[in-house]
Design a protein around this ligand. Sequence first.
Ligand SMILES: [Zn+2]
Length: 461
Amino acid sequence: MQKAIDWAGQNERRAVDDLSALIRMPSVSFPGFPERPLDESAEAVAALLKSRGLENVEILRLDGAFPYVYGDWLHQAGKPTLLLYAHHDVQPPGREPLWKSAPFDPQEREGRLYGRGSADDKGGVVIHASAIAACLEALGELPLNVKVLIEGEEEIGSPHLEAFLKSQAARLAADAMVLADTSNFDTGVPSITTALRGLVSFDVTVRSLTTSIHSGMWGGPAPDPVQALSRMIASVCDKDGGIAVPGLPRGRKLSAAEEKSLKALTYGKAALRRQSGFLPKTQVLAKDGAILRKLWYEPAFSVNAFEASSRKDCANIVNDQAWCHMGMRTVDGMDPRRTLKAMQNHLKRRAPWGVSVEFSNVTASPAWKAPSSPVVEAAARAFSRGYGRPAAFIGCGGSIPFAGPFSKVLGAPVVLEGVGDPYARIHSENESMHLGDLRKAIRGEIYLFDELARLGRWPKA
Ligand SMILES: [Zn+2]
């Protein structure tokens, strides 16, 4: 493999140029943005995969979905097959005046390449293409079979992914999958995400009157739906922010490996305050050593929007109704349907004064936990070699809709590989990719091909 590693080192510039070319395409998948750039970026990705040595490159379409790009190299009969995933669509640019250089005009500054999609997730596309190219150019072959799938609608929640995977199950069949679209714990620290929280969310509408009324004439005996909903919301958590809904757990038991990797990571209140923009006197609702545990392995509740009258229409009234949208981040072991039921039963029980309570707009997606598999261990060894630092196993408080469908439909172990670092500002203005990490990630993936080929066969997930 050394030859492939050397080749990647000598051709670093090519990876940066590939990434720049992809960034120039404004492939925003959000509604209201032009759709043509998504076709163009799919074509550009297909051309890139082809020029880097992949075969059977094709743009795959499913009705109503933005285009997927597929390519493979399948010349190692008897060796395992690895499916590599990334996505070519991007978030909207956000507030353009805040960008130091235009979002779709890639610019290199202080070892980082700036531009929308640089880390999320065109960096992932380039890591896959470059690692494959290094092997094919330097060795004339890959040590195992590889398939590449680049999605076009990850940023809008992969609405067609499960249907797409089902329709293409034979073509995409693999022994393991590497999804390059999560973040590393820190710059230069290769990280494998092994736990994701799920999300159960819904609207709550509380009504007490047929119409809003004068708060002087009727206030007192007339129940205020805003107060009623506020009491209901307040009953979901205790004073320290822990979940206080009967039937819902406050956290989950960690495996020995998870406990071990938590111990290896240092993350304190100061880092949390800085990274998430706390005001000076705002308290952190976790003890210093317990922040990551709370972020990754405990459920969390938030109210995402609240409405009753409006600033513009503010008057001396008792409102007829109050509305909110709330979300519960769940952890492994919490069934989404049962969580939803427990939440809604609790809120109804806590609704005072005979107000009417209605639920609507429900979403429910499960938490995810990586299987323990020799593949995950091999990936950790490979990324450690690639970055020259031990790989970290981390959780992620967020919910990634594509992780579940992949392991469910394709039935093979999934490795979530980090692309950007915490300073990449994905989804925000001035997104960037650390170029040192891009280089290391490419090396890590070359080593991964090697490690997996040497594993031979392993049990399916
Ligand atoms: Zn992404």
